[in-house]
Design a protein around this ligand. Structure first.
Ligand SMILES: C[S@@+](CC[C@H](N)C(=O)[O-])C[C@H]1O[C@@H](n2cnc3c(N)ncnc32)[C@H](O)[C@@H]1O
Length: 258
């Protein structure tokens, strides 16, 4: 399978499996609880029509899937991730929430989604695309599994545009976060891999261009929390002439506040 490696050459799947048990705790601590708000906004941006079918790629411990089930009570949700340890933790959370009938989780790579057709109303990926070696292929896969008119929503870290906030944030991200991450997770490099991988990832305009290349129309994004993260939305067109409809979807519905 896949793999960008971290700075010691450890495959990404092994890295995520190794930190899985501390992953949720570190998300809450390192983002001061903002990660929940970011996922909430990203799921809201799917505008899932009832009853709705949603695919969450790189689902990890299933926080996006659980949030989708909360916001869209009739939705049928599939989450995929290549880390068996993350999926196992996610399955525990889904069972404890009594949602095993509505959320299915499966071990699978983002670059070859285990879904034959194109029946999903929305495909989401949160803090995942950055880690995927073949991002173009993952985006094409998200596009493939959507029905015409379906929406892809990408939640990902980015670098704040404001000069003063950016300096402060980068100091925290590169100096403080890796230390706390190392201490709590017990993993030597996973939380220095995080800022390094964000630095390697394109800015929001670059990701928008990738989405267009993968076939999405009406691509738009919003920055949240001073530009620490961005939510991108793209629509699978219904064929030529559909661009105007995509724009309408974007202009009327993509309302996300930081
Ligand atoms: C930072 S976590 C994000 C998890 C979750 N989406 C969230 O919001 O907390 C990234 C996840 O992507 C998964 N992942 C990375 N590369 C992948 C790939 N190529 N295929 C499938 N999953 C992948 C990892 O196993 C990990 O669970």
């Amino acid at each position: 399978m896949s793999n960008i490696a971290d700075e010691r050459g450890v495959p990404v799947e092994q890295m995520f499996s190794a930190i899985a048990s501390r992953y949720d705790l570190l998300n809450r601590v390192l983002s001061a609880g903002r990660d929940r708000v970011w996922r909430r906004r990203a799921i809201a941006a799917t505008l899932l029509p009832p009853p709705g079918r949603l695919l969450d790629v790189c689902t990890g411990t299933a926080d996006m899937a659980l949030e989708a089930a909360r916001q869209f009570p009739g939705a049928d949700i599939l989450g995929v991730d290549f880390s068996p340890a993350m999926i196992a933790l996610g399955q525990g959370k889904v069972a404890r929430a009594g949602l095993a009938g509505r959320i299915r989780l499966q071990v699978a790579p983002a670059e070859a989604l285990p879904v034959p057709g194109s029946g999903f109303d929305a495909a989401t990926i949160a803090f995942g695309l950055r880690n995927v070696p073949d991002r173009a292929r993952a985006l094409r896969e998200m596009h493939r599994v959507l029905r015409p008119g379906g929406r892809a929503v990408i939640l990902e870290f980015t670098t704040p545009p404001g000069r003063v906030f950016r300096r402060l944030y980068l100091w925290y991200f590169h100096r403080v976060l890796p230390r706390i991450g190392r201490l709590v997770s017990g993993h030597a490099t996973a939380y220095s891999y995080l800022p390094a991988s964000v630095a390697d990832f394109p800015p929001p305009e670059g990701l928008s261009a990738w989405m267009r290349e993968a076939g999405f129309t009406g691509v738009d994004y919003r920055l949240l929390t001073g530009g620490i993260v961005a939510i991108h939305v793209g629509v699978k067109g219904q064929g030529s002439g559909d661009e105007s409809r995509s724009r309408k979807i974007r202009n009327s519905n993509f309302e996300i506040r930081a």
